[in-house]
Design a protein around this ligand. Structure first.
Ligand SMILES: [Zn+2]
Ligand SMILES: [Zn+2]
Length: 352
């Protein structure tokens, strides 16, 4: 069995490991696909994401789907062979946040492939993983694994749109057309937003945003976006301070700005006086909880998000997959095919 392990910045290895049997309450999953997330890319490039730093070797990956391989003693979950998506989080269930229904911000949560805690929680880019059986979700029959792998990032998008409040009939700005910005766009349209304008530095991701339902796109630096009415809601999905600036500048008095992208570590500039005088609501959005089940349903119902997945690589070519995923002129969501480790000659598939 093999797994994709980060040792330090730029040091990503596909390594052999010996799988262990699921403990009581756990399930083992034969992983089929894993989606490479912006956070995985940050761990690869910088050895950290936001304020979380890699301090020991860690299997990356938290967007995974596969088949149940075995259930541990006393574990309740889908039977062996069932196709499943894996919810990446297990909150503690007894802190103040968990009690208040804010399980996604539980400080003691265990999240697959995250260096937020030490020892780190090992991730899912492995051919075989054991997780608490409660994290498994059986897939509906009409949802295939390749599409289901978007359940995790789509949950992030659903949660961010929930944080924005009612969006029906609203005019919404999304800064950043990466996979998350595009999924936010699809959710906003699904929730009835009248206009969704997406901005990015590059044209290729904006094309994907339009395929996901953006009513207009703005190429930063090329299109003149100075005109136009202010937005009711802005969702910052680029993780760049410039994106946050645009959101604050372009949101109407009394409007809401959702900060979704993880910004660079430490302090970032904020147009404080605009925030004050317009009485903007600045709201963070982090991860998700029960949105995972809603995301699976939306994917099964045909939410138009297929354009987000651009490439699939076998596990053995994980480094190439990570390198390509950095190139935003070509790639959006890049998948690892964990079933294809032993066939390094297999060709890379690409969908337009
Ligand atoms: Zn992710
Ligand atoms: Zn908790």
């Amino acid at each position: 069995m093999h797994a994709c392990v980060i040792h330090a910045a730029q040091d990503l290895r596909v390594e052999e490991f010996t799988p262990s049997a699921p403990a009581p309450g756990e399930a083992a999953v034969s992983v089929a696909f894993g989606g490479i997330c912006g956070s995985d890319l940050h761990y690869y490039r910088h050895g950290r994401v936001g304020d979380f730093t890699v301090r020991e070797p860690m299997v990356l990956g938290h967007e995974i789907v596969g088949h149940v391989a075995a259930l541990g003693p006393g574990a309740a979950g889908p039977a062996a062979g069932t196709p499943v998506a894996v919810h990446p989080a297990t909150p503690c269930d007894h802190c103040a946040e968990c009690d208040a229904g804010r399980r996604n911000v539980c400080a003691a949560t265990r999240y697959l492939g995250s260096a937020a805690r030490t020892p780190h929680v090992q991730g899912g880019f492995a051919q075989y993983v054991t997780v608490p059986a409660a994290q498994l979700r059986a897939l509906p029959p009409d949802l295939d694994l390749r599409r289901a792998v978007l359940a995790e990032p789509l949950s992030v998008a659903l949660h961010a749109v929930r944080r924005a409040g009612a969006v029906r009939g609203r005019r919404v700005l999304v800064t950043g057309a990466g996979p998350i910005g595009c999924l936010v766009t699809a959710v906003l349209r699904h929730e009835g937003a009248a206009e969704v304008v997406v901005s990015d530095l590059m044209e290729a991701p904006l094309r994907i945003a339009r395929a996901c339902g953006a009513t207009a796109t703005v190429r930063v630096g090329a299109d003149d976006d100075a005109q136009g009415r202010p937005f009711d809601v802005a969702v910052e999905a680029s993780g760049a301070p410039a994106g946050l600036r645009t959101c604050v500048e372009r949101t109407r008095r009394g409007g809401t700005v959702v900060l979704l992208g993880l910004l660079p570590p430490g302090e970032v500039p904020l147009l404080g006086n605009i925030t004050v005088t317009r009485e903007l609501e600045l709201r963070g959005a982090f991860r998700f909880d029960t949105e995972f089940d809603d995301a699976i349903r939306l994917l099964a119902d045909g939410l138009p998000v297929d354009a987000v997945v651009t490439h699939t690589f076998p596990l053995s070519e994980a480094r190439a997959a990570f390198d390509l995923a950095h190139d935003r002129t070509i790639a959006s969501k890049v998948l690892l095919d964990l079933t294809r480790h032993t066939h390094p000659e297999a060709t890379t598939t690409s969908t337009p």
